[in-house]
Design a protein around this ligand. Structure first.
Ligand code: 3HC
Length: 284
């Protein structure tokens, strides 16, 4: 099966980036979110990114227009009926995600369709079990900003059919132009299992008064050639996302390095979520 028709559930930071990647790769993409406002914000985010792509010489104006023409925005989940690949990128809430998978299972007609989750850390098996086709469910995890970061993680649950993961690996490489890596269905998969303890160490360093956020970030940028420092990166990922991911790794493993720092929890409670709300550790 050649995947030509894709769907994305949720057009927040990650969903809109994933939709953009798929549309730029030539697929027809239906993007669904729950409200007209959310859909409008997602479309705006994609248009802004396309504009940056044109400005940076990554795409021509014609390519931008063609990619935009391949995108359809909706609030109706039923629009996923004819999709061959649906990537769920809703908020990191297990009950919401399970409900979406159960609904998709009833809506998506093609038995060969693949249902994927972009979850950052939740067990894929729980979403698979919400469907009647658990062997066709897997994790396909993109990195922020999705149009720029080359990596995708492919996560097989204990019941994912090997040919489904193989097909997504070929698709990721040949159609999306991404670099896939494979992970077991373990908390944080590969990247977040390493990244979250690092980001939390940096936040604890700041919290304890050990160093300023600027010096922590400059240290890792200029000392270790990271493209951005950990405090700024936490802001970019979203402090709420960092909190959810850390909590979910901590709950399952008890790893103290993944325990969310108190400062992070307080900032999330205070609505300081980073770049997406304009204020986090930095002003954006
Ligand atoms: N479309 C196409 N290309 C674009 C683009 C767009 N909208 N925006 C930028 N680019 C390209 C630029 O042209 C440039 O390409 P070049 O290197 O070939 O010239 C490249 O992307 C970098 O863009 P900029 O020059 O605008 O930006 P910076 O150099 O300041 O880099 C950054 C910005 C890419 C965000 C970089 O700082 C970075 O990589 N930071 C780290 C990001 C990271 O670690 N992400 C992972 C987070 S973890 C995650 O997402 C997992 C989740 O589960 C928590």
């Amino acid at each position: 099966m050649t995947i030509e028709r894709a769907g994305v559930i949720g057009c927040g930071l990650m969903g809109s980036g994933i939709a953009e990647v798929l549309a730029r790769a030539g697929l027809s993409v239906v993007v669904r979110d729950i409200s007209d406002e959310a859909v409008a914000a997602g479309r705006k985010r994609i248009e802004k990114s396309f504009a940056k792509g044109v400005e940076r010489g990554k795409m021509t104006e014609q390519e931008r227009d063609e990619a935009l023409g391949r995108l359809t925005f909706t609030t109706e989940l039923s629009a996923m009926a004819d999709r061959q690949l649906v990537i769920e990128a809703a908020s990191e809430n297990e009950d919401i995600k399970k409900k979406i998978f159960a609904e998709l299972d009833a809506i998506v007609t093609d038995e060969q369709a693949i249902l994927a989750s972009n979850t950052s850390s939740m067990p894929i098996i729980r979403f698979a079990q919400a469907t009647s086709r658990p062997e066709r469910v897997l994790g396909l995890h993109f990195f922020n900003p999705a149009p720029v970061q080359p990596l995708v993680e492919i996560i097989s649950s204990v019941v994912t059919a090997p040919e489904v993961a193989d097909q997504i690996e070929t698709f990721s490489t040949q159609v999306l132009g991404k670099t896939p890596i494979r992970s077991d269905d373990r908390p944080g998969f590969i990247v977040n299992a390493l990244l979250i303890p690092f980001l939390f160490s940096a936040i604890r360093m700041l919290e304890s008064g050990h160093a300023s956020k600027e010096d922590i970030d400059t240290g890792m940028v200029n000392g270790c050639a990271h493209p951005m420092g950990p405090i700024k990166l936490a802001d970019m990922v979203g402090l709420d996302t960092c909190l959810f991911v850390g909590q979910s790794i901590y709950d399952e493993t008890g790893d103290p390095a993944a325990k969310p720092p108190v400062l992070l929890s307080r900032m999330v409670d205070g609505g300081l979520l980073g770049a997406k709300t304009g204020k986090g550790f930095y002003d954006w």
